[in-house]
Design a protein around this ligand. Sequence first.
Ligand code: FAD
Length: 205
Amino acid sequence: MKEYEAVVIGAGPGGYEAALELAHSGLKVLLVDRNKERVGGTCLNEGCITSKSYLQSAQYLSKASFFSDCGVMLDVKGLDIKRLREKTISLKDEIRSGVLWLLEQAGVETLYGLASFVDANTIDVSNEKISFKRCVIATGSQVRELPQLPLDGKKIISSKEVFELEALPASIIIVGGGPIGCEFATFFNAVGVDVTQLVRGEQLL
Ligand SMILES: Cc1cc2nc3c(=O)[nH]c(=O)nc-3n(C[C@H](O)[C@H](O)[C@H](O)COP(=O)(O)OP(=O)(O)OC[C@H]3O[C@@H](n4cnc5c(N)ncnc54)[C@H](O)[C@@H]3O)c2cc1C
C-alpha cells in the first residue's frame, strides 16, 4: 500500500494550494480528484475563471456601441456563444496545464478517481488503498437544487450548465441575487437576452 505524509482530496483552489504548501514544507503529498479535467475545481471549470471569460466577451459587446459613438465603425454581429465556449475551454486547458506544472515542480503526486475513507488513516481511490498521516478534505460544495424547481439540464439548469449552452435563449429567469446570479444577469443582458432576476429580500449582492 502506498503511504503519504499528507493526502489532499479535491484539486480545486483550496486543495491544490494546500497540496503545494504541504509539499513546499517538505512533506510527501498526494492530491486526489475525480479526474484530470477536474484539476482547478469549480473555480476553473465552471466558476470564477469561466464566468470571467464570459463576462469579458459581454463587456466587449457592450463597448461596441461606444466605439461607433466615437466614430470607430466595427462590424459587430453579436455573440457567438459556441465560439466563446470553445475559447473558454482552451483558456481552462491552458490554466490547468499551469496548475499541473506547479504541482509537478513541487513534487506533489496526483491520482484520479473518487476518494472515500476506509478508516482514519486510509482512503480508497478506484479500489486502490492509500495510507496517510494527515488528510485535507477540500471537496468543495455542490449545486443546491430547489424542491419546487428540479433541475432537468435543459430548461432548468444550474450555473454549471450555463457554460455548456450552444445557443442563447431569447429570455431567461435567474434565481438568486448573489454575486453569481448578478454575473449571469449582467452577461445575458449584455448579449441581448431578456433577463428577469428573482431576488429574495430587498437587496442585491
Ligand atoms: C459561476 C461561479 C462564479 C464564481 N466566481 C468566483 C469569483 O469570482 N471569485 C471567487 O473567489 N469565487 C468564485 N466562485 C466560487 C469558487 O468557484 C469556489 O469558492 C471555489 O471553487 C471553492 O474551491 P474549493 O477548492 O473549496 O472547491 P472546488 O473548486 O469545488 O473543488 C473541489 C474539488 O473536489 C473534487 N472532489 C469532490 N469530492 C471528491 C471525492 N470524493 N474524491 C475526489 N475528488 C473529489 C471535485 O471534483 C472538485 O474538483 C464562483 C463560483 C461559481 C459557480
